[in-house]
Design a protein. Structure first.
Ligand code: ASP
Length: 341
């Protein structure tokens, strides 16, 4: 009553409006660009490839876990501070491309001619925009080249010397092709005479890198980068740069990054198939990803796995090999880092 006497009815209405505005401002987070973020969960998942590895190499396992942990931490920090899903995907994958532990960038496997040919792709779940490069040999960070194709060209997919030239013209760092050829890999290539069929190696390890992210604005993004398959035919393109096979993101369903025997992932449109099962079949990310990796792919003879994240930040990482390097963290939860089952 005292308030009413002092300010009148009009004053009370203004006061209530002001209080309401203040409290809802407090509920909303603002990211670094000053854009209001919805109070949705945010999350990141990364993988460092799937394949066959017998347990017992504790030192080796610890090294992988340490690297996965560092990259996950970095990505989570960026995400927490309001970076977009696309930026987080690109920045994390650049780190992984710079790490010789993984089959991407400087750690890439060699093709049958003893050379490195790199593939990468990225997809924006908010607008279904995508960019990809394949067979690049001089672009230091293929994932950034893929991002440039998406953001600064009218195309989706560039290959070979054209892709390298495009990234050079956009100011991306260029290196000599030998930069990617590690001495240890060249040695192994010489010893094993890689002209024989890749499938002959029962202990094949993949090692492609991938990242899926849900940001504070509720947007999903996915990216994948790889040297492809060890001893591959020169010119061969795997699933990693193929949108819908190795990478897919759609805010309405999920973000997916795959790793494994690429030919099978292409034939089965694996990344898109997970999203499509969710969209048209109404199933969860867990059911969709399991059905594709443990059912469809396995029946076809395709080995590998994937990381998938839905629009609520639920994460599922099935694989039908003996292991997959993977790590994830959802807002408000602890980080998880795993290699085996
Ligand atoms: N999927 C990749 C390819 O076929 C290989 C991998 O995941 O390690 O090129």
């Amino acid at each position: 009553m005292w308030v009413l006497r002092k300010v009148g009815w009009f004053g009370v209405v203004v006061l209530v409006c002001l209080l309401h505005a203040c409290s809802s401002e407090g509920d909303r987070a603002r990211d670094e660009d000053g854009v209001e973020a919805k109070s949705v969960p945010y999350a990141i998942a990364i993988h460092g490839g799937a394949g066959y590895r017998s347990k017992g190499d504790e030192k080796g396992d610890a090294l992988y876990m340490q690297r996965l942990n560092a990259i996950l931490d970095y990505g989570y920090y960026l995400l927490e501070n309001g970076k977009s899903a696309l930026d987080v995907v690109e920045m994390c994958l650049r780190q992984m491309e710079d790490d010789s532990l993984f089959n991407a960038g400087v750690g890439a496997v060699l093709n049958a001619s003893g050379e490195v040919e790199l593939d990468a792709s990225i997809m924006d779940g908010a607008h279904l925009k995508a960019g990809a490069v394949s067979g690049v040999r001089t672009t230091r960070h293929p994932i950034s080249a893929a991002r440039f194709v998406m953001d600064s060209s009218v195309h989706v997919f560039l290959s070979g010397s054209g892709a390298d030239r495009f990234s050079a013209e956009h100011g991306l760092e260029q290196v000599a092709p030998e930069f990617f050829v590690l001495r240890s890999k060249k040695q192994r290539w010489l010893e094993r005479n890689k002209q024989q069929a890749y499938a002959a190696d029962p202990n094949r390890k993949f090692g492609t890198v991938g990242c899926v992210v849900l940001d504070k604005r509720g947007h999903l993004a996915a990216g994948t980068s790889t040297g492809g398959m060890d001893g591959k035919q020169w010119g061969r393109i795997g699933d990693s740069p193929v949108i819908g096979a190795g990478t897919y993101a759609d805010d309405r369903t999920c973000a997916v990054s795959c790793t494994g025997h690429g030919e099978y992932f292409i034939r089965n449109a694996v990344a898109y198939q997970v999203a499509a099962r969710m969209q048209f079949g109404g199933v969860s990310v867990v059911e969709a990803a399991d059905t594709v990796v443990m059912g469809v792919l396995k029946r076809a003879g395709g080995v590998g796995g994937l990381i998938a994240m839905d629009k609520e930040g639920n994460i599922h990482c099935p694989f039908n090999t003996s292991m997959m390097f993977r790590a994830w963290r959802k807002s408000g939860e602890e980080a998880v880092i795993r290699i085996y089952e």
